[in-house]
Structures are given as C-alpha cells and as structure tokens.
Design a protein around this ligand. Sequence first.
Ligand SMILES: *Cc1c(COP(=O)(O)O)cnc(C)c1O
Length: 430
Amino acid sequence: MTYDKSIAAFEEAYRVIPGGVDSPVRAFSGVEGTPPFIEKGEGGYLFDIDGNRYIDYVQSWGPLIFGHRDADIEKSVVEAVKRGLSFGAPTTVETELATEIVILFDSIDKVRFVSSGTEAVMSAIRLARGATNRDNILKFTGCYHGHSDSLLVQAGSGLATFGTPSSPGVPADLTKHTLLATYNDIESVQKCFADSPDGISCVIIEPIAGNMGLVPADEEFLKQLRTICTEHGALLIFDEVMSGFRASLKGAQGISTVQPDMVTLGKVIGAGMPVGAFGAKADIMAHLSPEGPVYQAGTLSGNPVAMAAGLTSLKKLKANPSIYVELGNKAKKLMDGFMKAAQTAGIPLVTDVRGSMFGFFFSDKVVKNFDDALQNDTEMFAKFHKGMLDRGIYLACSSYETGFISTATTDDMIEETIKVAYEVMAEIKG
Ligand SMILES: *Cc1c(COP(=O)(O)O)cnc(C)c1O
C-alpha cells in the first residue's frame, strides 16, 4: 500500500491549516505514518486519494451507524437540499425529530437542537447552572465533553480536587468551578460534594465512557451517583453524544435503570451532518430562552438538511430494533477474534463491547478509570494500528478511542479483519 498522494496532501494542508487538520486526533500524532486523505466512503468501506480501500471502524467517529452513503439518508438529504439549505426560521422537521426523541427517552420532555456535541454540552451546563443558581460542576477524569472552557479539564491525580485547565487559553478562574472525580469511584464523588460548601449545579458523566477507550460505568456506581445528586439537588447529566443510539437505541439509558435529569446527544443523531441536542424534563427546559432567562442560540441550529438526515436515521433505527443485537454480535465477534489473535501471539489484551461500540487496550488489567487506561501499552497500539492500516483496516488512530460497527459492516469484513489481526499481532510481538 502506498500513501504518496496523502503524504503530499498532508504537506499542503500543513501550510494553511494548523497541523494540517481541523480536529487534532486526525493528525495521527499517536500512531505511525501520515493520515490517509479520504476520497469517498461506500457502505462499510473508505477509499483514500491513493486508491487504497479500508474497512472502516471509525465511521466519522461514531455518527455513521448505517455506514457511508445509506440510500434512505442520502435521499432525504438531497430532497431537503432542493428545498433550500437554511432558513433561520422554524421548520416542521425540527418538531418531528424532537418528537421522536421525546417519545424515546423517558428523561426528556423537551429538546433543543444545536450544531455539535460540544455546543450541546456547553448549553446543558449553562442551563444546569442557571436552573440551580450554582456555579460548580463535577466531571470525571478521562471523560470528554467537547472543547468548551469549563469542560476542558483533566486531573493530575485520582483525588477529588479543583481542576486546572488542560489547555492554554482557558482561564483558571473558570475551571476552578470544575471539580474532578474518578470514574467508577463513588468516594471521590462524595469528597467533591463534601468539599463544596456552595453546592454543585450538576454532575456530568459519559455513562458509557468512550473517550478514554471504551470504559462503561458500573450500574451500582450510576445508582449511587443518582442518589447523591438527588440528595444534594445537583442535576445528573448523561453525556450520550457518543453512546446515544450506539450502545442501544436509547444509549446507556436502554441498558441502565438509572435516569438522568438532563441528556446531551450528538453524532448518530445527525447521521453525519452537524447536529447536537440537549434535553430534560419540561421544568428544567423552561429556564431556557425565550421561555426563561438562560440564553442559548444558533444561526444554523435545527438546520433543515441536518434534521432530515437525523430524522431518517432515527426512524430507521426505531423501525429495526434488532439492529442492535446484530451490531452487538458483530462487535463481540470482532473483539473475540482480536483476543484470540493476541493470546496466540502472547500479547496481553483486554476488550469490551456495548452494542455497536467496541474497545481494546494492550494491557493485562481490566480498565475501570482513566488511570487504569493510561497504563495501556501505547507503543504496541501504534504498531498494531500501522500494521492494520497497511492491510486495509481503518481503526481509530489512538488507543483512547472507541471503535464502531455499522449495519454496512458485513460478517465477511469482520472475518477478514480478524485474519489480518492474527498476522499483525504475530508481527508486532516479534
Ligand atoms: C464527541 C463527543 C463530544 C463532542 O462532540 P463534537 O460534535 O465533537 O463537538 C462530547 N461528548 C462526548 C461524550 C463525545 O463523544
């Protein structure tokens, strides 16, 4: 496989775009080689500008649950485009998509659409602060909630502590209101509440974490989280931008019995178009402008073309609930295959699956939180990634990302991927 055209394209991009990319992880910094520049996608495959074909397990980082160029979604988008790209005025398709979501999620009476997951979470946090009249928020180390200021905070230690910004340009004055706790560790949460005399407006969590690798929260932990939030009058926010319509039709809420106060959605909800959403019970949403005083807006929010894509996708998912069983079985088959390949080569590996989401770490330790995740062998991952890519398997270019199965991922593709994994595992061991 050659990448000459991609290498040249990357150099050219580098001159006019910082790092050559519009989102940092695309730059392949954590793995070997340069990123293939994509020409097109078709079903379960990606094609780069050098003419290489890959089996795609990234799927635009989650949105494409029906793979590339699904005929129904494409048709509804083309029809919407012909009516006009944007009006900045209400359209009925927004209400239709909102209604589908409200019916699906018990935790949501009303929902507002925005244009990205970042915007959804940012708006949800403002609403939580406005509704509770409290400034502090609590997040978990290793959970990603987009790149807005208050949320761009990591932890140096697993102890409950006030956050320091993880990027220059984020004022410490702002992130001092972001408390950090350890995923799957209720004591660290209790400590945050005990240390916050002014109270905490909200606890935000990825109930199935997908941004430190795939690390699901324990059911017991989520239950304890629910209890402590209720006791302290803090709102529990499930960030289901990734897990929504992915882990199950209802995301984590289709797997766990725990009900959040607010939900953020993104990725699959737009089927590849820029859409995010946040929703909650009516009394919470009533604080939002123009009903209430908490301001939030967007010129392209609820864009009719994006709404059409999302609505078609969601209707297809609802009409075929067995999709998730099939996707889950394929994900399990893939991870079982990776596991056997690793065992055969004598390489430690741990794997996990939630619906169409899969994750693996080169580690011998079950991963429960970010500190555990950090112990994975990133060099081994980089070699594995390169070996797979060179043989036509497109995996996420970081060991802290989740992989995805789409309905266009066939059993043959899974089998081919496993076969390749055996080769690559044997190679990188040596
Ligand atoms: C991807 C992601 C976001 C951010 O969404 P963008 O559309 O990239 O802004 C937020 N939260 C979670 C859990 C995500 O996976």
